[in-house]
Write a protein that binds this ligand. Structure first.
Ligand code: ADP
Length: 790
């Protein structure tokens, strides 16, 4: 029976959940462990019965029969709400028993059990630190419950205090300056990094300046001096780690030089570190805030600025002080957008990258991307805002758009010009070619004159078409300059001769004044230089009725390889008003004359200017109305030699000569009847024995090629049924190699053909422009036929 009780009690004890580190309230309430150190089984049983009768719930008694066993159990670290201690045990008797227990476990609530005979012992025990005493045989359920309840209460309060100290990292201590005794709560040990009560905080440790506990001396000295101290300080832990603590200590004087010091300390390291982190991160954010190129500001929902950075000041263009008084919402250019912004912000709590226009100070319009988020704290409701100024980007985008549009329209213009020129060149090819042929037949004077004037007019017309084409190519920067040796003396003399011929109708003369040092042979684009001079001298003759036109050619600078030549065309004509001097170099600009109409298109000078400048020179004019004008330009030309010129010319001659010992077999694919005739006559005049076949379109051409052998094909591009590109593609890809590999020359009025390179893509070897220059046509035919022979 007794054994069973003991067993049960022990079992129960071992089944208790450990509540050492737990603080859940229900566990405190569920089990209050009571240690009963009592060797008499009857007394033990009685205690249990009385406890069962009492109103105390949730108590479990663990019974040990000797002091040694009791102490062993306590040493295991279990917490007991109370210890019921019999003072006469087999291994210890009397008052000593209590002293032994309290000596080792001073914080326990001990209720001593004494016999009726030694009641005085109970009183003595209480004085020595016991909580209460009960006289065996004289206590009932109520008095047992009362004593225990008080103990349980005290132990639970102490426990809660300890828990809260531990959780809050607060410890308390008391120091007696007289006895130099210091008693501290467990948390004090933890704060200093020592296992609880591993060592005693003894006077020698407090006095030892290198020991962590010397912190107490510092606090006590101050507290004695000031009576009260409250401060944050750093301490060192057992392992050398630094901790921050907040201490408060009061010194109470007990006598001369004798004080009782009571203090509490709290470990505030985490808070300190968090504060430091916070300051650090605040500094970082502050940095971003101030240095940001984006405007960042915080304002209330009705637009009052709370904080803003310098970029905000720069964006809105108002001084800081002004801005503080302004409404952040007033800058929205559109009321509609402002409304949309605020509605969205309220509804979604955040907005990102809304594109807006701000009207900043001085009516400056800025395109911005605005992102905002609602800020809500206890005492503030508003929003933060990041505004990126994208005005420059916007402007650049617009410029790009404008540029693309301009490019598009330029290319449309170019295409238009190309197609117009095609349309004009094709019939003109026929007119010019036919007039050339007719003029060589037997004609009477009248017929000859008519044909001559047809020829002259169509030459002028062709000139205009060429000018328009030329300027459109020049303005697109697509001109490639030739680089060949030529005789500049010859060029100038020829030019003057032609012009002299033109000027004969007028009472004027033309003179070439050339510095003797001007080298004869130079390298460059002869045709283009001729064209510049032709335009300038042509104008001088046109706008001068009497007097002279002089062409000066001077050397500006020279070295071994190059010479910089200045050309001046001086006339005594009508002159140009000062305000028009610049404009005349622009396309289609002409000065209107009251008394006379001069023919022209207003293109000559802009062509000349473009040609000069694209060859790296400068062009200009001096003029006085009624007195005359001087146009001038300069060019740097490389020096050449006669040998180079001769070898170039020889090459050309060779190119024109066919290396065939039989008649040339040529297939002409061309739909235009007139052009067929022009080509036929031109070719037959040069190669009298030519074997020429004509096909009216691509398909017919292919049929011819299937029938017989040819040396070369001249292929028109635009044709009905099958055009030149398609036919060439077919020949190259579908026909047997000996036909597929034959030379094919495109014949086109497309002046831009060389630029689009399309003819090469389709497999044509080269092209001849219509109306063709006979020599060029012969040279190209010869070149490809000869090449194919090798
Ligand atoms: P065009 O001669 O076909 O009109 P240009 O571009 O050659 O076109 O010349 C533009 C204008 O500049 C002429 O219409 C004329 O008013 C003026 N101009 C050019 N050269 C002379 C000159 N030597 N004397 C007077 N005016 C000139």
């Amino acid at each position: 029976m007794e054994d069973k009780f003991l067993k049960e009690a022990n079992n129960t004890a071992s089944n208790y959940p450990s509540d050492k580190l737990t603080m859940q309230g229900d566990i405190y309430e569920q089990f209050n462990k009571i240690l009963l150190i009592e060797d008499n089984p009857g007394d033990a049983r009685l205690v249990e019965l009385l406890l069962g009768e009492s109103d105390l719930l949730n108590c479990k008694i663990i019974n040990k029969t000797t002091l040694t066993q009791g102490l062993e159990l306590l040493a295991e670290g279990d917490n007991f709400a109370a210890i019921l201690l019999d003072l006469s045990l087999p291994d210890s008797r009397g008052f000593e028993t209590l002293q032994k227990l309290l000596g080792r476990f001073p914080d326990n609530n001990v209720i001593v059990l004494t016999g009726l005979s030694d009641k005085s012992m109970g009183v003595k025990a209480v004085k020595a630190g016991a909580q209460d005493y009960l006289i065996k045989g004289a206590f009932d359920a109520d008095s047992l419950a009362k004593a225990l309840r008080y103990s349980i209460e005290r132990s639970s309060v102490l426990k809660r205090l300890e828990d809260s100290q531990r959780i809050a990292h607060i410890g308390n201590w008391e120091y007696n300056s007289n006895t130099k005794e210091l008693s501290a709560s467990d948390e004090i040990y933890r704060i200093f990094g020592f296992p609880v009560r591993e060592i005693i905080i003894s006077p020698d440790l407090i006095e030892n300046p290198i020991h962590p506990f010397s912190a107490f001396k510092e606090i006590h000295d101050e507290a004695i001096k000031e009576k009260w101290v409250k401060k944050d300080m750093q301490i060192r832990q057992k392992n050398g780690e630094t901790r921050f603590i907040s201490v408060e200590c009061r010194g109470i004087r007990k006598g001369p030089g004798s004080f009782i010091l009571t203090g509490i300390m709290q470990d505030i390291t985490e808070r300190k570190l968090a504060e430091k982190e916070l300051i650090k991160s605040q500094d970082r954010y502050q940095d971003i805030f101030t240095k940001s190129k984006d405007a960042i500001y915080i304002c209330t929902l009705d637009g009052k600025f709370v904080d803003f950075n310098q970029a905000t000041v720069r964006l809105f263009g108002h001084m800081e002080e002004e801005l503080k008084k302004m409404d952040a919402h007033q800058f929205f250019q559109s009321l509609e957008v402002r409304k949309q912004f605020l509605e969205q912000l309220n509804a979604k709590k955040a907005i990102s990258d809304l594109e807006v226009i701000f009207n900043c100070n001085g009516d400056v319009k800025r395109y911005c991307l605005i992102s905002a988020g609602i800020l809500e704290t206890d005492d503030f409701t508003g929003y933060n805002c990041v505004v990126r100024d994208i005005t420059e980007r916007k402007q650049a985008e617009e410029l790009i758009k404008a540029r693309d549009l301009a490019r598009e329209s330029a290319s449309m213009k170019e295409q238009f010009i190309a197609s117009i020129s095609h349309e004009m060149r094709t019939p003109m090819n026929a007119i010019l070619g036919m007039s050339n042929l007719v003029i060589k037949t037997d004609l009477d004077t009248e017929q000859f004159n008519y044909i001559s004037s047809i020829k002259k007019s169509s030459e002028i017309l062709l000139g205009i078409v060429n000018d328009i084409l030329e300027i459109s190519t020049l303005q697109n920067g697509k001109v490639e300059f030739e680089y060949k040796t030529f005789d500049i003396h010859e060029l100038l003399t020829n030019l003057i001769n032609i012009m002299q011929y033109k000027a004969t109708e007028k009472e004027m003369f033309i003179e070439l004044v050339m510095e003797p040092a001007i080298p004869r042979f130079v390298k460059g684009d002869q045709l283009r230089i001729n064209q510049i001079l032709y335009n300038l001298v042509g104008n001088a003759v046109k706008f001068t009725d009497n007097g002279f036109v002089k062409v000066f050619v001077k050397i500006l600078s020279e070295n071994n390889n190059t010479v910089q030549i200045k050309f001046e065309v001086q006339d005594t004509g009508i002159g140009i008003p000062k305000e028009k001097l610049e404009a005349i170099f622009e396309t289609f600009t002409r000065v209107r004359s009251k008394d006379r109409i001069y023919e022209g298109t207003g293109l000559g000078l802009s062509i000349a200017k473009n040609l000069v400048e694209q060859q790296g020179g400068k062009i200009g004019v001096d003029s006085k109305v009624g007195y005359g004008s001087t146009f001038f330009f300069d060019l740097v030309l490389e020096k050449g030699s006669e040998e180079e010129l001769k070898s170039d010319e020889k090459q050309l001659e060779e190119d024109i000569e066919l290396k065939l010992n039989r008649p040339l077999q040529l297939l002409l694919v061309e739909d235009h009847k007139m052009n067929q005739l022009v080509a036929r006559k031109t070719l037959e005049r040069h190669w009298t024995d030519i074997d020429l076949t004509i096909a009216n379109h691509g398909k017919e051409g292919i049929e011819q090629l299937e029938k017989r052998k040819f040396d070369i094909v001249l292929m028109d591009i635009q044709m009905p049924i099958m055009d030149g590109y398609e036919a060439t593609k077919y020949i190259r890809e579908q026909m047997p190699p000996e036909i597929a590999n034959m030379p094919i020359l495109a014949m086109t009025a497309h002046a831009h053909i060389s630029k689009d390179e399309k003819f090469k893509e389709y497999g044509m070897d080269d092209f001849v422009l219509k109306p063709f220059e006979p020599k060029q046509l012969f040279a190209k035919i010869a070149k490809y036929v000869n090449k194919n022979l090798k």
